[in-house]
Structures are given as structure tokens and as C-alpha cells.
Design a protein around this ligand. Structure first.
Ligand code: DGL
Length: 254
């Protein structure tokens, strides 16, 4: 049976993946997306790999029950922890994310690349491999607690947090900053204003959306007609659902 009319499942530990969802809706406006924010189990980034895999399995089971045709892991942390396992176990395409270090390494002159991500992302084997390939000049910058500030929509608090982080580096010597967690993409405009102009900011949202489109096209799974729609689900509270709606409507810049 043709599955092109089936929904696409997207998930993250909370609202971070909403920033990816926005890009995917722009690129694939006819698709039906079901977004799941696993807020009850957030954050993922300070858990152990096995714990994240357990959370991801539950989320994935509930999305599979909705007959999804593809799964997008809109979370760098969950991709590093669980993408390999999911790809082995599932028959539908699984699209994951990784910190956008490759594009940062391509524009790097001779300076540093600051990779902002969760502690778990930065200590995973997957990230070590990425560092081996593209990591010249790259510095791991774990941002414990930053996703929580985004979850609370505490934009001033997040900005103050990042000012403290950036104060630790000589920014004249930095060529690029990688936003290696989907939550941080909501802070992109603020970060842009905080940093000297010569610093390039990279993130993986656009690349992930394009990859999804490529994979769907290859599998003849693209929805060619009709209007798209979005459903939001959460393991958290109705307040969490409200926040997800708010951020989806508001857009990536707060
Ligand atoms: N948004 C997630 C990421 O891209 C993880 C945040 C968390 O749960 O710690 O890494």
C-alpha cells in the first residue's frame, strides 16, 4: 500500500525539535507531521545513553502506533544515543541530527570552533568520530542547564547564561559557533547579536529538513497534493503543550 499519505513522526526531549519542525513545514508544506515532545523525561542531555534509549523507545512506540512513514529525531542528543539502535530495529526511514561541525570546519580560517551542545552529545562516540574528521580547532562547550532555560521561555536568563559562556573565550580567535542542540536554535538571533560579526553560526535544522525531503523522495513517500497539518503531543502537561504551540506559532526567533 502507498504510504505517502501517512504522517511523519518527529520528536525531541521537549520544545527544541519545534525549531526543526518549522523548517520542515516550510520545505514540505503538504506533509502531515506528528510532533512529540518528551517533556516528562527532559532533559536527555544529562542522562546516561541507556536511559535516553529507553525514553526514545517509548516515544517511538507511540509514534509507530500512528502509522508514521518516517521518523525524524529532532534532537542531537537522542540521535547520538539511539539512532543506530532505531535504524537496526525499524523498517521506516530514520532521519537524525548531528552538530553542524562539518559546515563550520569548511568556513574555518585558523581560529577556533565553539561547539555548544549537551554533555551527552559531546561525550558520545558519534561525536568523537565527527571530531576526528572535522574537529580541527573545535572546542567542546557543554551547556548544562541551557535547554531548561529555553523550556521555561526564559530568554533573558538564557542570554545571561550564554554571555558567561562566551566570556570564557577570546572571541577574536573564534571563527564559528555551532548550535549543537535544537533548543539553542531558538536563541540564534540573540546569539547573533552577542557575537562579533566575523563569527559564523551553524546549526543542522535546514540540513535535516533537506535530508528528510531527499529520503522521502527516494522512497516515493512524498505527499504530492493537499494541505499539510501538524499535531502536537507531549508526555508532559497541558502547559507544556501550550508552550509547544506558542513556540511553533512564534517562529525560531523569540
Ligand atoms: N534538544 C536536544 C538536543 O538537540 C536535547 C536537549 C536535552 O534534552 O538535553 O540535543
Amino acid at each position: 500500500m502507498n504510504q505517502a499519505g501517512n504522517p511523519i513522526g518527529v520528536f525531541d526531549s521537549g520544545v527544541g525539535g519545534i525549531s526543526v519542525l518549522q523548517t520542515m513545514i516550510r520545505l514540505l508544506p503538504r506533509e502531515h507531521f506528528i510532533y512529540y515532545g518528551d517533556t516528562a523525561n527532559a532533559p536527555y542531555g544529562t542522562k546516561k545513553t541507556e536511559e535516553v534509549i529507553d525514553c526514545v523507545r517509548k516515544v517511538t512506540d507511540s509514534l509507530l502506533a500512528r502509522n508514521i512513514k518516517a521518523l525524524v529525531i529532532a534532537c542531537n542528543t537522542a540521535t547520538g544515543a539511539a539512532a543506530y539502535t532505531l535504524r537496526k530495529e525499524l523498517t521506516i526511514p530514520v532521519i537524525g541530527m548531528e552538530p553542524a561541525l562539518k559546515p563550520a570546519s569548511e568556513i574555518r580560517k585558523n581560529g577556533e570552533i565553539l561547539v555548544l551542545a549537551t554533555p551527552l552529545t559531546l561525550h558520545q562516540e558519534k561525536f568523537n568520530l565527527l571530531m576526528e574528521k572535522y574537529g580541527e580547532g573545535a572546542v567542546r562547550v557543554p551547556c548544562t542547564g541551557l535547554m531548561e532555560l529555553v523550556e521555561q521561555e526564559n530568554w533573558e536568563g538564557a542570554e545571561a547564561y550564554l554571555r558567561e559562556v562566551f566570556a570564557l573565550y577570546d572571541l577574536r580567535k573564534v571563527d564559528a559557533v555551532v548550535l549543537g542542540c535544537t533548543h539553542y536554535v531558538f536563541l540564534k538571533d540573540r546569539i547573533r547579536k552577542m557575537l562579533p560579526e566575523h563569527i559564523i553560526i551553524t546549526e543542522g535544522n535546514e540540513g535535516t529538513a533537506r535530508q528528510l525531503k531527499r529520503v522521502l523522495a527516494r522512497g516515493h513517500l512524498l505527499q504530492e497534493a493537499g494541505e499539510g497539518r501538524v499535531e502536537l503531543e507531549t508526555s508532559g502537561s497541558s502547559d507544556d503543550l501550550g508552550k509547544m504551540k506558542r513556540l511553533l506559532e512564534r517562529g525560531i526567533s523569540e
